[in-house]
Design a protein around this ligand. Structure first.
Ligand SMILES: C[S@@+](CC[C@H](N)C(=O)[O-])C[C@H]1O[C@@H](n2cnc3c(N)ncnc32)[C@H](O)[C@@H]1O
Length: 211
């Protein structure tokens, strides 16, 4: 648990600007004009307040979860490639897949991989930013998500729901679902308003409900 606290604190204590938490390029060492807060902000100087804040917050979350959690239920976290991972039996899937060419997750969360002692499998990331958004990259992305859904389907009873959270602005998912043998039942639109970093415009995501 302390390592999780440390990873959360490390993310907040990075010397980056408030408006570029997602893709910091170089350490911000001096005060700067902050586009997010519209005033001069200072880079982080000490991590103590974050360690304190996340220790208390993590304890509060554990306590809250202990109330909600059904007796005898366990949760398992698997660090594996979902295209080939043996998953067990389940009544449903809820997934938030990567978007093509947007984020290098290993790189963006490198501090956490190192602090938690997870091995680096960046070459297995589907839709990594490093792969870009060329036509072959998008085709590889679709193949990857199809393989993930087909593998997940093996673990589900017939007719079980598969919920996918996406911003499908390239309209890739109708074909992905069809290739994975899933039928779209409903599409719920969701406004995303708690975002880090500075990005242009409003952002919406869909929750695709398929079976
Ligand atoms: C949009 S994020 C969602 C993360 C998580 N569901 C959450 O809400 O915090 C997409 C995730 O897919 C992971 N991912 C990419 N390729 C993968 C693969 N082949 N197998 C398993 N996970 C993968 C990325 O590392 C990233 O954590």
């Amino acid at each position: 648990m302390l390592r999780v606290v440390l990873a959360r604190a490390a993310r907040s204590a990075r010397r980056t600007t408030h408006f570029d938490l997602d893709f910091p390029r170089e350490p911000q060492l001096e005060p700067y004009w902050c586009h997010k807060h519209r005033r001069e902000c200072r880079p982080v100087e000490t991590s103590a307040q974050f360690l304190r804040r996340y220790t208390l917050d993590t304890l509060a979350r554990l306590r809250e979860f202990a109330h909600l959690r059904a007796r005898g239920r366990t949760a398992t976290v698997i660090h594996g490639d979902v295209r080939e991972q043996e998953l067990g039996r389940f009544d449903g899937v809820l997934t938030s897949p990567p978007y093509p060419g947007l984020i290098d997750y290993h790189e963006q969360h490198r501090y956490a991989y190192e602090l938690l002692g997870l091995d680096d499998r960046r070459e297995r990331e589907v839709g990594a930013a490093a792969a870009g958004t060329s036509r072959p990259a998008l085709a590889a992305y679709s193949d990857g998500i199809v393989a993930a859904l087909v593998n997940a389907k093996h673990s589900l009873r017939r007719g079980a729901p598969v919920l996918i959270v996406v911003n499908d602005r390239r309209d890739l998912y109708p074909e992905i679902l069809e290739r994975a043998g899933l039928r779209l039942e409903e599409r719920l639109r969701r406004h995303v308003n708690r975002r880090t970093g500075r990005r242009a415009g409003e952002f919406f995501e869909d929750v695709l409900i398929a079976r």
